[in-house]
Design a protein around this ligand. Structure first.
Ligand SMILES: O=P(O)(O)O[C@H]1O[C@H](CO)[C@@H](O)[C@H]1O
Ligand SMILES: [Mn+2]
Ligand SMILES: [Mn+2]
Length: 395
């Protein structure tokens, strides 16, 4: 059937086991959901994800979350084909635009010419210039920044330039301007970087610094049309909640909401669900990734999943017969794995509508673009042909 409203919910970094190409990323053995389950030793309670089939889609169920006999909808997995494992690659691929060529990463720091330009533009010195976890680098260099006003510039395993600045020392407006300028330096052809990320923080000293929700991602302009563009052009209403607007540089989004947190994001979902519209609502919940995955904190990650699951219960109760909910993730970020980077994993795929009369497996789908192709088919919109719709399997 065709649905009036489609909600596409991305649980940022909630992977479900190493992808077949994990070796290329040094991520063999990663399993975000599996390791969180092991950490909770039977006490992870996610009854709503469970009844949607979160363990049915796995070879080994999440500990404490047995597979159910009859899920309420359809379940499967997706495998990424993009060259990178960052949020941008994952979301673009979901919307029909896999990232074919690897973007620049900077394991040994940034080229001097780029740093010199940022320095000249901002009138500030640059410190950091290495891959590091964002909370560690502000603990190490934040007090120095408070004295000198220098910019903390760092990266990760992803194609990112991140600029951390204490909000009292470098005002937000200035930080955003520096990031916007930095964006112009790495749009290719010599250097092509996925994201410039403003990382503001507050606090009196290294033991009390906390990052704020004023984080802002300046993403590369999509290199082609994505499914959200095709939807918007066809007059289908498009809503972005959370990082979605940033990830697509605002392209294709009619109505956008910035999230302060996962719970705030779910408030936005409740708000949008109460509206009458025909269209696609694309949601990203980033706390799983930014607050727990990169911090390698399985306790916090599991708690965040349980908190989300409660809100998911409310969403399931509010859904109308012609609503479709699709849940997936953009990559893994296993809190039980080495390092602090994303992990190349398969991602869950869950589909539910109150009008479904049967349930079953959607198998393992690739590329992620099958997700967007399904949304396109639902609204009778033609895209670029990447991905295969599973709409007809939902009954
Ligand atoms: O360690 P923090 O600053 O959270 O940064 C992480 O967040 C970035 C974007 O998700 C990743 O590239 C990784 O470096
Ligand atoms: Mn992500
Ligand atoms: Mn991340």
């Amino acid at each position: 059937m065709k649905y009036k409203r489609v909600f596409g919910l991305v649980l940022d970094s909630v992977g479900t086991g190493a992808a077949p190409d994990a070796e290329k990323f040094d991520d063999v053995g990663s399993d975000t959901l599996g390791h969180i389950g092991e950490h909770f030793a039977g006490k992870l309670q996610i009854p709503n994800l469970q009844k949607m089939g979160i363990s049915n889609l796995r070879e080994t169920p999440i500990e404490g979350v047995p597979a159910v006999e009859t899920p309420i909808g359809y379940y499967g997995k997706m495998r990424e084909t993009s060259a990178g494992k960052d949020s941008m690659d994952g979301h673009w691929e979901m919307m029909g635009l896999p990232v074919k060529h690897a973007l620049n990463t900077f394991p040994n720091g940034f080229p001097k010419e780029i740093l010199d330009k940022i320095s000249a533009f901002s009138g500030r010195k640059i410190i950091g210039n290495c891959p590091e976890s964002g909370t560690k680098i502000i603990a190490e260099l934040g007090e120095q920044q408070m004295k000198t006003g220098d910019l903390i510039v760092y990266t990760s395993g992803d194609s990112v330039i991140q600029i951390a600045a204490h909000e009292d020392i470098i005002p937000l407006d200035e930080l955003y301007k520096i990031c916007e300028y930095t964006r112009t330096l790495v749009n290719g052809p010599e250097y092509t970087v996925g994201r410039i990320i403003a990382r503001p923080y507050v606090g009196p000293d290294k033991d009390h610094f906390t990052r704020t929700a004023n984080r802002h991602d300046f993403t590369l302009e999509p290199t082609g049309k994505t499914d959200i563009d095709y939807l918007q052009e066809a007059g289908v209403h498009t809503i972005g909640i959370g990082k979605i607007n940033d990830i697509f540089s605002g392209h294709g989004i009619d109505e956008g909401y910035h999230n302060e947190s996962n719970m705030d994001g779910m408030d936005h979902v409740d708000h949008v669900m109460a509206e009458d519209f025909t269209g696609f609502c694309f949601i990203n919940l980033v706390d799983f990734d930014a607050m727990y995955g990169h911090r390698r904190n399985p306790e916090g990650f599991g708690q965040a999943l349980m908190d989300f699951d409660k809100r998911l219960g409310t969403v399931l109760d509010q859904m109308k017969p012609d609503d479709l909910l699709l849940i997936t993730a953009d990559h893994g970020n296993d809190p039980g794995f080495k390092g602090s980077d994303h992990t190349r994993e398969q991602v869950p795929l869950l589909a539910y509508s109150p009008s479904m009369t049967t349930s079953g497996s959607l198998g393992t789908r690739s590329p992620f673009a099958d997700f967007g192709a399904t949304v396109l088919e639902n609204f009778d919109v033609t895209g670029n042909g990447v991905g295969e719709s599973f709409l007809s399997e939902l009954k």
